[in-house]
Design a protein around this ligand. Structure first.
Ligand code: CP
Ligand code: NVA
Length: 313
């Protein structure tokens, strides 16, 4: 993010030190109420259980007023342009966070605010490209359960989607080894791999879930059909047959490997019921950590844990 007050559309907007600061702030007792008297707009063009509740409660814990707004109420690019929606919300709120159908909507909102000199940051609460606040919770959970991030091997088995992309970037910043297994046509794109490598990452792509899972410390999956992909549902469910995280695949990972899933889960598709509800699963801690990590992010954006300009944290 290169400093507090900047927008957070991608995990790549954070430096490695900033990511560490956000995770630390997620766990540090809140000593101040930096959002006292301030509004935070939470726009949802897609449904949400975790992100909306986590973000609303994080804002409340920091003394602010969260205002959740459904996509159809605000009508981005239908009732008025994304640019004008951003300028309008910035009249009342100190942060604009949005879950959008198209990532470009977030970029246009950010650009409209920056170009007009409006000091209100935009936060990505999921787009078709990234889910960066999810990756914050994922890393926080891994750090809590394994005691470290650097050197941890994470295997993502499933679609090379928004969650996978953000996780690859966050893992790169944290010095983790990232592996991803997906069927042909659904892998991370070469530009995503190049991006993660630029962030300092180490990435192995494969079409074999077994190869990816072998000896991994963390095994992660997400739905095969993301929001907005209903028309591809049949094709994707067939393409991903054999990519289920089940007891057999989990046995290939390191003993006691952590199982993560961003949720919502489809038991019996991308993950078996036994694994999701089994002793190695940390999905409910991960869900709770959505709130703590978003709180850490908002604290960071409000200026906490920020080193003086030019100094590393
Ligand atoms: N993991 C996640 O983003 O969940 P929701 O879609 O329920 O917000
Ligand atoms: N990849 C999923 C994540 C849901 C939290 C989606 O975009 O629907």
């Amino acid at each position: 993010m290169r400093g507090s007050g900047a927008s957070f559309l991608s995990v790549g907007d954070l430096t490695a030190a900033e990511l560490g600061a956000v995770l630390d702030l997620a766990e540090a007792p809140a000593t101040a109420r930096p959002l006292e008297g301030k509004g935070v707009a939470l726009v949802f063009e897609h449904p949400s259980a975790r992100t909306r509740n986590a973000a609303e409660m994080a804002v409340v814990q920091l003394g602010g007023h969260p205002l959740a707004i459904r996509g159809e109420e605000i009508g981005i690019d239908r009732r008025e342009s994304a640019e004008d929606v951003a300028r309008t919300l910035a009249c009342y709120h100190s942060i604009i966070a949005a879950r959008v159908e198209r990532h470009t909507t977030l970029e246009r909102m950010r650009h409209s605010l920056e170009a007009s000199g409006t000091p209100v940051p935009v936060v990505n609460l999921l787009s078709d490209v990234e889910h960066p606040t999810q990756a914050l919770a994922d890393l926080l959970t891994i750090r809590q359960r394994l005691g470290r991030l650097e050197g941890v091997t994470l295997a993502f088995v499933g679609d090379g989607n928004n969650v996978c992309r953000s996780l690859a970037g966050a893992a790169a910043l944290a010095g983790m080894h990232f592996r991803a297994a997906a069927p042909a046509g659904y892998e991370l794109k070469s530009e995503d791999v190049a991006w993660a490598l630029r962030l300092g990452g180490e990435i192995e792509l494969s079409s074999s879930p077994r190869e990816a899972a072998e000896g991994a410390d963390v095994i992660y999956t997400d739905v095969w059909v993301s929001m907005g992909e209903d028309e591809e549902s049949w094709t994707k469910r067939h393409a991903f047959a054999g990519y289920t995280i089940d007891d057999e695949l989990l046995a290939a990972a390191a003993p006691g490997a952590l199982v993560l899933h961003c949720l919502p889960a489809h038991r019996g598709e991308e993950i078996s019921e036994a694994v999701l509800d089994g002793p190695q699963s940390a999905v409910w801690l991960q869900a709770e950590n959505r709130m703590h990590s978003i709180r850490g992010l908002f604290r960071f954006m409000s200026g906490e844990g920020v080193a003086p300009r030019g100094q590393a944290l």
